[in-house]
Design a protein around this ligand. Structure first.
Ligand code: SF4
Length: 431
């Protein structure tokens, strides 16, 4: 009998990617030929959607429609939709797009596997098909979120925070290491909340101490910390354990006291400044990635100026800027989305221009220094890698001439920085 082929198309964030990888492993064990490649035509397609802001919803719907077109032409036989968009709008989607054979929410993996004749195999929990380059992987340590940030639909979609027990995280880390993973990116909606629900207190630092003992893992990086209640012991482990990258992704969203309060994010401008100061003092040389939302309801020109000044003074090594997306069933929905789209876009651009100058200066300061670089891939005449200060896909890259020496993805080399563009660096390996 011909082996059935299935393709999972993943949209959205790295947390969705991990869900897809788990599904792929289960489907593979059930006898499917599995793919994670939008260019492949397969018998069955599962689209793992994102749906927390307007652009993401639009992309998800367009992707579903392009696959219903393929199904109508007979190019694929079955089409299923899972993930955040179908969790949030299942009834509407079922009515509007009847060509889809089934919509499943974020906690319906059992039901979707059953529909695919691949009942969940408990023995495979913790295993995944790795779809990232094989030397790095995301490791999800918790689901959901206990915060109630006014602009955010995630708690309504993914529910309250549920931490994975430490032994389970460790066993997943060992599995990934056995498959060749050398760098782990720890992810959760709020990484710093880890453990509160199951251990009664925040245990991220303890988890990090355990993870460094997995022998093949060389780098561990932290994504998505939350400023209020930040567990400072995390910084001590980061400073003392060489495997923990001196890198922290901590979205701050805004600095204006009125907006932070309206966002329901706790603390205020002074506490954020104090936390940044503490982080830099406890981990000298750390690279901080943050992100901000511009065009929040009622954001005045003066409040935006305050944010610009904050970005200027804080000298973040890495920065992301998002325009506010007005989302139903969020606390901010009752506010007027009164900043024009053009103003939101202009504010985002202004902030990124400030950051460009900061990023260039950070890079210039690195010229002449020799740093460990993890090699990711070869592209034309260059090996492309990253320093410990850079996460894949979102941060800077280091370009090393490929004719210098034979290298391999996942290898860590010492490279001397020779030049810089706005975001990326060039380097050479000294004999
Ligand atoms: S911390 Fe706030 S922004 Fe992040 S997922 Fe939770 S509610 Fe959303």
């Amino acid at each position: 009998m011909k082996q059935k082929s299935i393709n999972i198309i993943t949209l959205g964030c790295s947390k969705n990617l991990v869900d897809s990888e788990v599904m792929l492993r289960q489907l593979q064990a059930a006898g499917y030929q599995v793919h994670h490649d939008s260019s492949k035509l397969t018998d069955v397609v599962v689209i793992n959607t994102c749906g927390f802001i307007f652009d993401a919803k639009e992309e998800s719907i367009n992707t579903i429609l392009s696959y219903t077109g393929l199904k109508n032409k007979g190019d694929i036989q079955k089409l299923f939709v899972m993930g955040c968009l179908s969790e949030r709008y299942r009834v509407e989607l079922q009515t509007e797009i009847p060509e889809v054979d089934g919509f499943y929410g974020v906690n319906d993996i059992h039901a979707l596997l059953s529909a695919l004749n691949a009942p969940l195999r408990e023995s495979l929990i913790g295993e995944r098909v790795i779809t990232t380059p094989s030397h790095y992987a995301y490791l999800k340590i918790a689901e959901g979120c206990d915060h109630q940030c006014s602009f955010c639909a995630i708690p309504g979609i993914r529910g309250r925070n549920i931490s994975k027990p430490m032994e389970q995280v460790l066993s997943e880390a060992r599995f990934l290491a056995s498959k060749g993973v050398r760098e782990l990116m720890l992810i959760a909606q709020d990484l710093t909340y880890y453990g509160k629900d199951i251990y009664g207190k925040r245990r991220l630092a303890a988890l990090m101490e355990q993870l460094v003992s997995v022998p093949q893992i060389e780098w561990i990086r932290l994504h998505y910390a939350y400023p209020s209640g930040f567990p400072l012991d995390v910084l001590d482990v980061m400073r003392e354990q060489p495997k923990i990258c001196n890198y922290l992704d901590i979205p701050l969203q805004h600095i204006s006291p009125r907006i932070i309060k309206s966002m329901k994010r706790g603390g205020g401008g002074d506490s954020l400044r104090k936390l940044l100061h503490t982080i830099r003092k406890k981990v000298p040389g750390i690279a901080i990635r943050s992100s901000f939302i511009v065009g929040y309801p009622g954001e005045t020109a003066a409040e935006f100026d305050e944010l610009k000044d904050f970005v200027q003074e804080s000298r973040f090594e890495r920065l992301g800027v998002f325009t506010y997306s007005h989302e139903e069933k969020t606390p901010a929905w009752k506010l007027a989305d009164n900043i024009r789209p053009a103003t939101k876009a202009k504010r985002a651009e202004e902030l990124m221009l400030i950051q460009q100058d900061i990023a260039t200066r950070h890079n210039q300061n690195l010229i002449g220094s020799t740093l460990p670089v993890m090699i990711d891939r070869k592209e034309n005449d260059f090996w492309i890698g990253r320093t410990q200060f850079d996460s894949p896909e979102v941060d800077n890259e280091v370009l090393i001439p490929a004719n210098e020496t034979p290298l391999n993805p996942g290898q860590i080399v010492k490279a001397t920085i020779t030049g810089t563009e706005i975001y990326d660096l060039t380097a050479t390996i000294l004999p």
